[in-house]
Design a protein around this ligand. Sequence first.
Ligand SMILES: Nc1ncnc2c1ncn2[C@@H]1O[C@H](COP(=O)(O)OP(=O)(O)OP(=O)(O)O)[C@@H](O)[C@H]1O
Length: 294
Amino acid sequence: MTTTVIEVKELTKIYNDVNAVDGIDFTIEKGQCFGLLGPNGAGKTTTIEIMEGIIQPSSGFVEYYGKPIHADISQQIGIQFQNTALQDFLTVKETLDLFTAFYQHTLSHEQLIELCDLGDFLDRDNRLLSGGQRQRLLLALALINDPEIVFLDEPTTGLDPQARRNFWKLIKNIKARNKTVVLTTHYMDEAEQLCDEVVIMDKGKIIESGTPHHLLDKHFSDVFIYLPLVQVKADLIEKHQWQVIGERVEITTTQVESTLALLMQEQVSLEGLHVKSANLDDLFLKLTGHSLRE
Ligand SMILES: Nc1ncnc2c1ncn2[C@@H]1O[C@H](COP(=O)(O)OP(=O)(O)OP(=O)(O)O)[C@@H](O)[C@H]1O
């Protein structure tokens, strides 16, 4: 049985002449990793900040367990902001001490160190942390009050691929503790890895929602096969109207096996062959006509 933790109804936020959030509805279930996706300016941060009780909506509402946001919600939620300033001249351990003092109920330092993998740099000054270490400390600060719901606003933006993957492991650990995670990101691979449910926003509106798997099944039956251009004869490309993209031929098909059989029958070398299914980036492009990072 699912329990709705958060309900967002007809939420709107207007700044002067900008409809930052334009009448959106969704629900978040307990234990879910819920992803709010979209390009820069889509309205993700505005939505999440209304959900956190930091800013007020122009109209519509957010409810926690069927009740409006109340004053002590801060004891139940944890927030990792996009740009949190860490105190200079404090070590990681001293920063944990400082933030622990703000809450009635907290996780122990040992739990936080293990959950966020802080053990290697506990005595390091905040100013000397790498991007990935800094994000791990910020995650620990978001978890310090052992919140039921954790908000992560673009937690891996600016991290290198290895640091992003390390961070994903930590988010999976948090999910395994049955926490509800609300994540904003413009990385679609991140959403596919982590999210049970996603809402895709563009220009303040929701343009699609569902599980990543369901959305891809709904919008794509095709698979893309890529081969080096030098291996495929021009008349074959022309006959099948395959696309040439740079130095590669792109073959779009719903029948991978029969397409491979055809290529072998035509004695095309399969060296360097690459098969790709559509991902959420492709979906975004299909829905909006522009790519996420344009
Ligand atoms: N305080 C503000 N005053 C005026 N306009 C704002 C304000 N905050 C956000 N906006 C505008 O509202 C729109 C949505 O911004 P928002 O930050 O919510 O998007 P976002 O999806 O989180 O983008 P990003 O990924 O860049 O953080 C943008 O056009 C932005 O310029």
